[in-house]
Write a protein of this length. Structure first.
Length: 468
């Protein structure tokens, strides 16, 4: 293997330099429905653009405030009690049944059957006897299975701990999730799989707040050094909630990201303070704007430094589809520049998936059927070729392998035979220690379920934004 960073070296380097890498985490038919005026430009509460820099917030934690808000949130407390009673798996089965019930009521079959019945004309492969050669479509009509292509993105969810507890979060992260955190051994194995899979050109780090995990800087630093040493083009993404830049012991985080050429993909579901705080927690907007100004100050998102990419992410605040990604980006750029002097490169729009906290919201509001019908009625066959499960491998904090981040949160792991354990030939849920390369997973079909309609509605949705 070319390059000095093998798994053994990675573990040793991490153990020797852990403190330097990271601090510990202290209608009848429902048609396309998007809000035509989702955002009301609120008047900034400070007098000038410079006032939003808020150096007084640097080093102050949002955790205690988040915990207090969680404690006073009646719905959150009810959900916590329910999870304690029936468990996370029980909750997952319950929400799956609610989605299926909603689809049954509107006469919709399972996802793959629906996709096969609604294929584009030029993707018809019914006459073929060989699914693999039938057409360019990843969905094969005869077997009604979805087949992955060569992996190009390795996405690691390195822990569920977060300084926020957003009400749309499909990962259900919060300051309470301290135990679900990636170990050094799993992180090092992920680096080895990265080295063993030449087709991977993107390392995508997410959470929780990934920066608060002890493996974050370890993964970034070693991946970048290895890529540079081997002249391998590698995009490293930090999926950042922005407020983490203000947390204690994170004063050097922006410079660390810059030094290691990390692209920042940052959550900002609106450019108005009231909407953001309602969705993400009290005080989040001001901290987010201050963080964006810090990133701009380091060159992120600016014309002068095109290599330092800053991308923002929008997700709807309710049960409706995102508007056009391109047109919304224009609005974001205008409002953020005029009100706060903020620059960024691009905007991604992501549909709210009917799982976890958002599924609980839909159930409580009695809107699960309405939302599922919205997704189905806005099915777009052109999105199928861009589904992120086709070229992405998602890894959980414990090393388990998944087709996508959403399947990960539902416990729908990739099932197959271990490639590294010669004694085991039975099928099992795979983890990073069961394969030698991420290409070993290409022979397994993608696991799908009724939540997948969220990725094929409208312009499509993925961790990389719209797909059509």
């Amino acid at each position: 293997m070319k390059g000095k960073y093998t798994i053994a070296v990675a573990i040793l380097a991490h153990q020797l330099g852990a403190d330097a890498f990271a601090p510990s985490p202290s209608t009848g038919k429902i048609t396309a429905r998007v809000a035509s005026s989702l955002f009301v430009s609120s008047t900034p509460t400070t007098d000038t653009k410079d006032d939003w820099s808020r150096p007084d917030l640097q080093g102050s934690s949002l955790v205690e405030d988040t915990l207090q808000q969680m404690e006073s949130d009646v719905e959150f407390q009810e959900l916590t009690k329910k999870i304690a009673k029936i468990g996370v798996d029980g909750m997952t089965k319950e929400e799956r049944a609610k989605r299926r019930r909603a689809l049954d009521e509107i006469g919709v079959p399972n996802f793959l059957q629906f996709v096969a019945e609604n294929k584009e004309d030029n993707d018809d492969d019914n006459t073929s006897t060989n699914d693999a050669d039938a057409s360019s479509s990843p969905v094969k009509t005869r077997t009604k299975q979805l087949y992955r292509s060569e992996p190009t993105i390795l996405q690691l969810n390195i822990g569920l701990y977060c300084n926020q507890a957003c009400n749309h979060c499909h990962v259900e992260s919060s300051p309470l999730r301290k135990e679900e955190t990636m170990s050094a051994n799993v992180a090092a194995r992920c680096l080895e799989l990265l080295q063993n899979t030449p087709s991977i050109d993107t390392l995508d780090l997410t959470g929780g707040a990934p920066e608060l995990n002890a493996q974050f800087r370890f993964l970034v630093k070693l991946a970048r050094e290895w890529a540079n040493e081997n002249n391998r083009k590698l995009t490293i993404i930090d999926r950042c909630n922005l407020t983490v830049l203000m947390e204690p012991n994170q004063a050097d985080l922006v410079e660390f990201l810059k030094d290691n050429q990390v692209n920042v993909v940052a959550s900002l579901p609106c450019y108005g303070e009231d909407n953001v705080d309602a969705q993400r927690g009290r005080g989040v907007f001001q901290r987010s704007v201050a963080a964006l100004k810090m990133l701009n100050g380091a060159g992120y998102g600016t014309v002068e430094h095109p290599e330092l990419e800053l991308t923002l992410v929008y997700n709807p605040s309710g049960p409706f589809l995102p508007p056009s990604q391109a047109s919304l980006e224009v609005d974001y750029k205008r409002e953020l520049m005029e009100n706060f002097g903020i620059q960024f490169n691009g905007l991604l729009t992501i549909t709210n998936m009917p799982i976890k906290r958002f599924a609980d919201f839909l159930a409580k509001e009695g809107k699960m059927k309405e939302y599922m019908e919205l997704l189905v009625n806005n099915y777009n066959a052109q999105t199928v070729g861009g589904l992120m499960c086709l070229n992405t491998v998602s890894v959980g904090w414990d090393g388990s392998l998944y087709d996508c981040d959403f399947n990960q949160q539902l416990g729908m792991g990739i099932v197959g035979e271990s490639q590294t354990n010669n004694e085991s030939t039975k099928k099992q849920k795979l983890d990073v220690f069961d394969i030698a390369s991420l290409t070993d997973l290409e022979k397994y079909s993608v696991r799908t379920d009724n939540h997948c309609f969220g990725c094929t509605a409208g312009s499509g949705s993925s961790c990389q934004g719209a797909t059509a």
